[in-house]
Design a protein around this ligand. Sequence first.
Ligand SMILES: Nc1ncnc2c1ncn2[C@@H]1O[C@H](COP(=O)(O)OP(=O)(O)O)[C@@H](O)[C@H]1O
Ligand SMILES: [Mg+2]
Length: 323
Amino acid sequence: MQTRACDSLFQTQLALPGRRAGKVRDLYSLPAEQGAPRMLLVATDRISAFDVVMPTPIPGKGRLLTTISAGWFGLIRRANLVGDHVLSLDVPVCGGIDPAQRDALEGRTMVCRAAQVVPIECVARGYLAGSGWSEYCAAQQVCGVPLPRGLRQCERLPEPIFTPATKAAEGHDENISFARAAAVVGSSLMERLRDLTLRIYSLAAEHALACGLILADTKFEFGFELAPDGRPTDRLLLVDEVLTPDSSRYWPLDGYEAGHDQQSFDKQFLRNWLLELVASGRWDKTPPGPEIPAEVVDGTAARYREALTRLFGSRSPADLLRR
Ligand SMILES: Nc1ncnc2c1ncn2[C@@H]1O[C@H](COP(=O)(O)OP(=O)(O)O)[C@@H](O)[C@H]1O
Ligand SMILES: [Mg+2]
């Protein structure tokens, strides 16, 4: 396993089949249990911005993401909204993971039900930020959803909206209309996904607000659980990470004011530093990303830690996941 800074994990090479690396997670196949295909998701300390993985890890980020996801999966389970893919947060005991690797993996792993992932990113927005704000400025709508005139940057929307995006295997995701998403995966499935996305967003935004955080927007992925023969069943699951600072925008409620960019507990701190490089011609948003200086690494880690503490205190992941 390749570690770069003290107690940070950049990448794994476990002796398990089916290895695949996302921008942040390393994925492996696990032996099926009771016939159900399973996989192992390892959250590393990699960070991506503008879809480029940075060469510098954020120490501890993978653990923070796993704990935050656990907290939200627990909350969503208790609300009985939808099944999810999480089976266990313990490092699995199996031949491909030797004892020396366990410490580095502790707190970063999710043993999951393998799913056929729906190739649409399910985005909910309660506030006008990021690509939503850009689209609104250009056309007074986001993903084909018309919005009132005169809204300001980061303003709260009259009600949360569903704004799907393509899930690009390579390159950038693209915001699309509901109709285009429906043409890809079917309108009845899209209606179900829209409904679930907005319900989970509302539940989460309410919890976040009680913790002094605005959940401006977030992205979910759903999938169909696989049968023992590897074919998708009709059981829809919430998969991937949920409601982390990587997949969501979190703003402190204290000091929130529409009309300009917000301080945030997410990747925006890193993005802003990168945008300064772009503005001065030192980076063009293509790989390789620049090495991130220590103060930006530390500032990013501190923001992710703060998000976790505000949302879920210091409870253990297993405790958070409990029904
Ligand atoms: N239960 C699951 N079954 C199959 N694939 C999954 C499951 N949960 C998450 N995934 C996939 O695993 C990957 C997670 O790794 P990540 O680093 O976040 O990737 P990405 O670069 O696509 O964001 C995503 O591509 C996601 O679609
Ligand atoms: Mg991801």
